[in-house]
Design a protein around this ligand. Structure first.
Ligand code: S3P
Length: 175
């Protein structure tokens, strides 16, 4: 399970892990879009953020009930861990890795991107700063491991996460 701020590369890294170890990749934002038949931006615009947040919880709850979700690489939307009731659901789905990016790296990746409704505001830089400040302690609390993405390629990050997850599951097996 990959968590982290918008623009950390959760989807690209998740796909790479899935390719390397041959298990399916699931992106919860895409599940929500398919379910609603709308893009994330359209959902925010038509129904508002609280409705979108409730869909995140619905999708997570459904995944915890599915037998095969534990054998998938899952990428979560950047804001899914901010809903407190989601913490237990997230951790019950396996090894949770926080992809940690710096402010500069994030701004570079998200600037000019119009598909993230939260950043369509007058001062996206201040918004990213404020969201990072409030979310980083939550990501820290929900995750089992944190990996800094700076200067590492997608393939290197994927390999590091696979190693952390193998260690995680082997230490659980041994307890
Ligand atoms: C959000 C992150 C987005 C998407 C939505 C809200 C957030 O996903 O779920 O725009 O609150 O951080 P990514 O983290 O994949 O960009």
């Amino acid at each position: 399970m990959l968590i982290g701020f918008m623009g950390t590369g959760k989807t690209a890294i998740g796909r790479e892990i899935s390719k390397k170890i041959g298990i399916p990749f699931v992106d919860t934002d895409r599940l929500i879009e398919e379910r609603e038949g709308k893009t994330i931006s359209e959902i925010f615009e038509d129904e508002g953020e609280p409705y979108f947040r409730s869909l995140e919880t619905v999708v997570l709850t459904e995944m915890t009930a599915a037998d095969d979700a534990h054998r998938a690489v899952i990428s979560l939307g950047g804001g899914t861990p901010i809903t407190e009731g989601n913490h237990e659901l997230i951790r019950s789905l396996g090894c949770v890795v926080w992809l940690k990016t710096s402010l500069g790296e994030t701004l570079e990746r998200v600037s000019g991107n119009t598909s993230r409704p939260l950043l369509q505001c007058d001062n996206p830089t201040e918004k990213v700063k404020a969201l990072m400040n409030s979310r980083f302690p939550i990501y820290e609390e929900v995750s089992h491991y944190a990996i800094k993405t700076t200067d590492l390629s997608i393939s290197e990050l994927a390999s590091g996460i696979i190693d952390s997850a193998s260690y995680h599951f082997s230490s659980i097996d041994n307890t």
